[in-house]
Design a protein around this ligand. Structure first.
Ligand SMILES: [Zn+2]
Length: 499
């Protein structure tokens, strides 16, 4: 999905980002947090390199050096981006920016929803502007330096702005739900927010193909340009028992922005569709394209989206609870600290809202307190986070959740790698009988995609563990070359013999 690090900072967003990114990496989008992509492109493919299928990932020494340098920069940027986000949240919290912003939105409107819309939009805008230098370097400058992007600055910038708008819309909804639940249930919000995250994420997956994807790319029915390939894809989808009507197979104009090679299946239920990037059609022959499509079909047929969603949600349940504990502690410490430095006559604003007719004396005190507060100069009023339910706690919430999601990344990626490997196996099985030599075509497709993408030929075990949502290319190629149960008279695991 085309969202920035801020999205992944909110754990819920991270979940949907993680899910969709592992289905169809979109490295051309600005501030893309997913370092490891399945496939990308470059222009200098040498047809002489691999006329026959090698059983591992092969690069010329020059290209290999380039791939290693590019990958290492990406890894560094990933960790730098996390550190930068944490620094920004810490700054917006400790500098009093969030509290000042909350005071301002309270003056503008008494309505909580209006306050939320204003607060979140401005808060996100400031965060994204502070992140911009890194976004620019990672999403634009670096891609051009390595000749992976074909996108002009104006177009990239337009995407950046659209991404910001999208982040704000999703952010407002999620933040509104979050604070509503925190106010309703200060002790159980972690559980209710977890429940709420399920329909929100599902809605996002269903709506994404209609609303998000057309914002960034143009789609045309594949049968208009590639009727023969569409026939073959249709035959293979039938073979996979995947019901995607011919009219929902699309070509995407990825080449306007990138050299990356890819295909994906997105949406759910009626919004389900298959998309082949035009870069793929330019670089891969139809056998090789079918193997890529077979992999994507595998995600659907093997129900990877609901399975991965369920497993990730289990992890997020734990994260939300741990987050709840840490957020409460930090905010309790915060309010205790600031309360000490205040004149003792000022009663916390919660007391002002007490409508319960307690004793006349207390009510009288409350009235005095609220009067004395209105007399205090603007920024000296309520200059603290009033509790978890206060919008001003947002940088603290994001800080804690970003750390937790970061620590959970190896687990989330491990789950993803497992399903990606299954999809690779499915792709080979479903192509058997449709493609003359599935192994060779699969090896070739990985080789071309990885070579063009400058994929790391030899990632360290730590990097693989922490960042890889897909198995490293060399591993995938070795498997693609060696998995042939049909040659050994063994049954297929996922696609029962139909022919
Ligand atoms: Zn996949």
């Amino acid at each position: 999905m085309k969202s920035g690090l801020l999205l992944s900072a909110l754990a819920l967003f991270a979940l949907s980002a993680h899910l969709t990114a592992s289905q169809h990496p979109q490295p051309a989008a600005p501030s893309q947090p997913v370092v490891v992509t399945q496939s990308k492109g470059a222009a200098d493919r040498q047809p002489a390199v691999a006329p026959r299928a090698e059983s591992h990932y092969v690069l010329t020494p020059e290209r290999r050096a380039k791939a290693v340098a590019y990958s290492r920069t990406q890894y560094l940027l990933y960790f730098a981006a996390i550190a930068l986000s944490l620094a920004i949240y810490a700054f917006l919290w400790r500098s009093g920016f969030a509290v000042g912003l909350r005071e301002w939105v309270r003056q503008v409107s008494a309505g909580r929803f209006v306050q939320c819309v204003l607060f979140v939009s401005l808060f996100l805008a400031v965060v994204r502007v502070l992140e911009f230098p890194l976004d620019y370097y990672w999403g634009f400058a670096l891609e051009h330096r390595y000749d992976l992007s074909t996108q002009g600055f104006g177009s990239w910038m337009a995407d950046w702005v659209k991404d910001l708008g999208l982040t704000a819309v999703v952010g407002i909804i999620v933040v509104w739900v979050f604070y509503w639940l925190v106010r309703r249930s200060p002790r159980r919000w972690w559980l209710y927010f977890w429940f709420a995250s399920i329909p929100i994420t599902l809605a996002f997956i269903i709506v994404e193909p209609y609303v998000v994807e057309p914002l960034f790319y143009r789609f045309t029915p594949l049968e208009k340009t590639q009727p023969a390939l569409t026939d073959r894809i249709e035959k293979m989808l039938e073979h996979a028992h995947l019901a995607i009507p011919r009219s929902r197979i699309y070509e995407m104009d990825a080449s306007a922005k990138t050299r990356i090679v890819n295909a994906y299946v997105s949406g759910w239920g009626a919004s389900k569709r298959l998309v082949v990037w035009d870069t793929t059609l330019n670089k891969l022959n139809s056998d090789e394209t079918l193997l890529v499509v077979g992999h994507e079909a595998g995600h659907y047929v093997l129900h990877h989206i609901p399975k991965e969603f369920a497993l990730d949600e289990m992890i997020f349940l734990v994260l939300f609870y741990v987050g709840f504990v840490f957020i409460n502690r930090i905010i309790a410490h915060e309010t205790a600290r600031t309360r000490h430095s205040e004149p003792p006559t000022v009663i916390p604003s919660e007391a002002r809202n007490l409508t319960v007719p307690v004793q006349g004396k207390l009510r009288e005190e409350s009235r005095i307190a609220s009067r004395s507060q209105t007399e205090i100069p603007r920024f000296a009023r309520n200059d603290r986070v009033e509790g978890v339910g206060d919008l001003a706690s947002l940088p603290i919430v994001l800080l804690v959740l970003t750390v937790l999601v970061f620590l959970a990344t190896p687990a989330l990626d491990g789950i993803s790698r497992h399903f990606e490997h299954q999809a690779d196996q499915f792709g080979l099985e479903v192509a058997y009988g449709v493609v003359a030599d599935p192994n060779t075509a699969d090896v070739r497709s990985f080789q071309i995609m990885a070579e063009e993408d400058l994929e790391d030929p030899d990632p360290s075990p730590f990097i693989r563990f922490w960042l890889y949502t897909h198995p490293p290319t060399d591993e995938r190629i070795r498997f693609a070359a060696s998995y042939k149960p049909w040659a050994e008279g063994k049954p297929l695991e996922f696609v029962p013999a139909i022919r």
